[in-house]
Ligand binder design. Sequence first.
Ligand SMILES: *Cc1c(COP(=O)(O)O)cnc(C)c1O
Length: 471
Amino acid sequence: MPPLDDSHTLSPADRDRLVALDRAHVWHPFTQHALWNEVDPLIIVAGDGEYLIDADGRRYLDGHSSLWCNVHGHRRPEIDRAIIEQLGRIAHSTQLGLASPPAIELAQRLVEIAPPGLTRVFFSDDGSTSVEVAAKLAYAYWHHRGQPQRDRFINLSLAYHGDTIGSVSLGGIDLFHRLYRPLLFPTLPAPTPYCYRCPLGLSPDSCGLACADEVGRLLEQHAGRVAAVVIEPLVQCAGGIITAPPGHLARIREACTRHNTLLIADEVATGFGRTGRMFACDHERVAPDLLCLSKGLTGGYLPLAVTLATEEIYAAFLGPIDSGRTFYHGHTFTGNPLGCVAALASLDIFAADRTLEHLPTLIESLAVHLARLARNPHVGDVRQWGLIAGVEIVRDKATREAFPYARQVGARVCHHARRYGVILRPLADTIVIMPPLCITPANLDHLLLTVERCINEVLPAIETGTADGLE
Ligand SMILES: *Cc1c(COP(=O)(O)O)cnc(C)c1O
């Protein structure tokens, strides 16, 4: 590691060396490397609260919480200290056949704050594995209950549950998932609640939540064959910040209860305050049968995930050693103590800072900015749940026509924001706004004004076809 000076800058020589090595060896996720080398990669060397600091010492507002995971800011002393203290004890020991205090304490704390009925905590490493675990638990649960024919899953179109094969099976984003179809298990997709482009051709004020009712209809059609319904409650984030109308989640819960099937809530992105409450399910008093958590779990510090289950699901796995009921699943770094103490420290900060109580003011201010952006001629739709927002840019506001993917409108707008000290990453042409919950009101203003300014500055060149490169 090259040394950093006090202001966290690298020497130009060290920086250039790292850029060359990145180009030579690092394969970045979700990245077209034929284009990556056209611009100098931004190298983040440090963080400070809601800021990221690059190799030249420039500070950027972390507008997407380092991909939706940072909660209380970077280098929070309480979390840093908890990790350092744990390093003084042990960095890792296994959960297979052994127990450790941080995982025990964290399991208890999570059960305490989770929706009612979730009493058992299975640890894994990331969002994808937490969903894999939930899907396998759901299938095995019915098997152990004498209903092995329940091998189908209902998901939503445009769903995203991670990048491993099982979670990709449950996904529905063509751009990411289409190629792998032959490798995936089939699902029964229900329509996404994407009101701006309603797949049922209906309008939100008169549809009566027809898309949610479609889940009930599928359950009826496949009676006794569905293991679980899998959803991202309130917001399908990776699908393009698709916000479900109020009542959507509760309606799907009712359908699952009525048809006696399991509900898996994937709160990997929405969990830990992003929607304004600790969990998205809390908004509609919904208790899922399985709950997946990751991104914000450790305050966004370390890879850690959990799948919470009801006592009833857990009990179905009990039996003699040769009963075939053991859950044969586990990852090497499952329940990692460093991740668990970071998660415990993050939960302590929620209490000490009264994080959730500060959110309504920020959420209201975000709504005001979005209302103004909605009138922008380039903006087709704005969507918000809590501190999660999406601004969808369109070619034609009247027809809602989108730009061709190759124009990379979202990417250009976000790249432009760097010159104003803001880091953003889009989903196609939707600008994603997901700041850390600790963002100051002034910085939230700066973030939204920057989004608006960048749209206004970048779109004319794109429309006339004079935009070049990503600069
Ligand atoms: C990010 C995400 C995942 C996948 O999590 P990873 O940690 O990237 O594996 C799963 N579900 C949702 C809703 C997510 O946003």
